[in-house]
Design a binder for this molecule. Structure first.
Ligand code: GTP
Ligand code: ATP
Length: 207
């Protein structure tokens, strides 16, 4: 298996999506007082993780393109409402097709995981012509991201078998993170007003 050749179009897609989503963030900053995008990260799935997932899901090497998260982008937002704003904007774009939506916010996973996922089909130009590549866009709040990052580390540490006591704590932590999002949503206008004042003062001072 020539992994470098296989992953090249995925790496291209990840780079293009990163530029486009960061571009959206910059445009929000120029044009409005609030950017629904806090930050964007992206990665090509590590080969060891691709192999592990193929084994776990019993996927044969010829069907590897069935994995939807080889190219992955993550958009992290301040507020839950921002997630839906971004989802709506991404669904109306003309440069890719959304082929699947997973709302793990209203339908949280057993682990406690919350995020909104879009699976897209992205046309990428290769030296052999156009190819449609499947990519995953995860959209989540800062609080959801904090939880998911910690849970991911624990899963890695325990090789997917997190002890029941820790798992129960994680579920409680997931609810606490969601509660935090709910509480912040209630004072969203005040927070945004404060951030507007801060930005205006800063740009006046920079003149
Ligand atoms: N930290 C964390 N991330 C998750 C969890 N569930 C899903 N994710 C993330 O979301 C991605 C897609 O998950 P799903 O929509 O469940 O699809 P999947 O590829 O069948 O999921 P897995 O079997 O969990 O890999 C995963 O590759 C992870 O990056 C979770 O419980 N904890
Ligand atoms: N869509 C994504 N965008 C950006 N980063 C991601 C995305 N999906 C996963 N990552 C991050 O990439 C790193 C390696 O992820 P990896 O693919 O091994 O994890 P995973 O997606 O949780 O795995 P799996 O689906 O196999 O259970 C982790 O830090 C993970 O948080």
């Amino acid at each position: 298996m020539n992994w470098r050749n296989f992953l090249a179009p995925y790496a291209q897609v990840v780079e293009e999506l990163k530029v486009k989503l960061k571009g959206m963030r910059a445009q929000f900053e120029f044009e409005s007082s609030h950017s629904p995008i806090e930050f964007v990260t992206a990665r090509v799935k590590p080969v060891s993780s691709i192999k592990e997932k193929m084994k776990r899901k019993n996927i044969q090497i010829d069907d590897m393109e069935e994995l939807q998260d080889i190219a992955g982008v993550r958009v992290v937002c301040q507020f839950v409402d921002d997630i839906y704003d971004i989802v709506d904007r991404l669904k109306t774009r003309n440069d890719f097709d959304v082929i699947e939506e997973r709302d793990y916010i209203n339908h949280k996973k057993d682990s406690g995981y919350r995020s909104y996922h879009l699976i897209i089909s992205y046309p990428v130009e290769t030296i052999h012509g156009e190819r449609k590549i499947i990519a995953e866009i995860q959209i989540r709040t800062l609080a959801m991201n904090f939880w998911a990052t910690n849970e991911h580390s624990l899963n890695y540490k325990y090789e997917g078998r997190i002890p029941e006591k820790v798992r129960a704590r994680l579920k409680r932590a997931a609810e606490a993170a969601f509660k935090l999002d709910e509480e912040m949503a209630k004072i969203k206008d005040e927070i945004q007003e404060a951030q507007r004042v801060f930005r205006t003062n800063k740009s006046n001072n920079d003149k």
